[in-house]
Ligand binder design. Sequence first.
Ligand code: KIV
Length: 287
Amino acid sequence: MSHHPESAPSPATAPPVTIPMLQAWRAEGRRIVMVTAYDAAMARLVDPLVDVILVGDSVGNVCLGFDTTLPVSMAMMNHHVEAVARSRPRALLVADMPFLSFHLDLPDTIRNAGGLLQRGAAAVKLEGGAARVPAVRALVECEIPVMGHLGLTPQSVNAMGGFKVQGRAVEAARRLLDDAKRLEDAGCFSLVLEGIPAELGGRITQALGIPTIGIGAGPDCSGQVLVLHDLLGLLPGRKAKFVRTYVDGYGLLQAGLSAYAEDVRAGRFPGPAESYALPEAVRAALD
Ligand code: KIV
């Protein structure tokens, strides 16, 4: 077996990913790969290839048919976190805290986040800047690791007046830099930066000691995240500028389904290979 210090171990054979590993990778300049997954089948698909699996509240748009993430509840998140956790991923499992699950009071926030850990998540993610510092501090004090999320935070869609790139004006860019530092000081182990100018993503990353994970925040973050269904091309229609679609998943799956439908209609499915034979003796007795 060769041991090249530069080459990372193959994720399939690597040990479970931990938060200290992410911190070390950031220091070494090894980029972190994160994707979303919402069920056990998809978690098994992605686990050998990625470092972090996020059960995002994007489950609301992607799987549950909502237009925004606002209707996603703790019950929904718990259900999907349990499903992903049953696949026993080696990737670090991070669970999103949905809208209103960390805004009311600290005991409620701690119970909601703790419930996600009790269901198998290793950490929680929550959206927002300086206003979230008390919640982050309270969670970290309870040994609940927190990933922050700044920029185009989808739970703020109404306050932002739509899904708009953030941090394009001087004051807004300064506020994001300041928020990022405050969240790091409050104890976040990592930050998602979403929908901000690439240069600002780089500046925030440089200003922090913790890893940043970008989505529409340019190439200079410590890692990247995409919604799995976006990168696999499973959601045809309009896509955000920051999405790269790596495979026409929708087209491939439609081709498979259409071949199945044609085979059923033509009587070609099932064939002998997909059918059970009646034992000879039973056939003779029935004749
Ligand atoms: O909910 C989600 O999927 C997210 C990522 C897009 C960062 O928050």
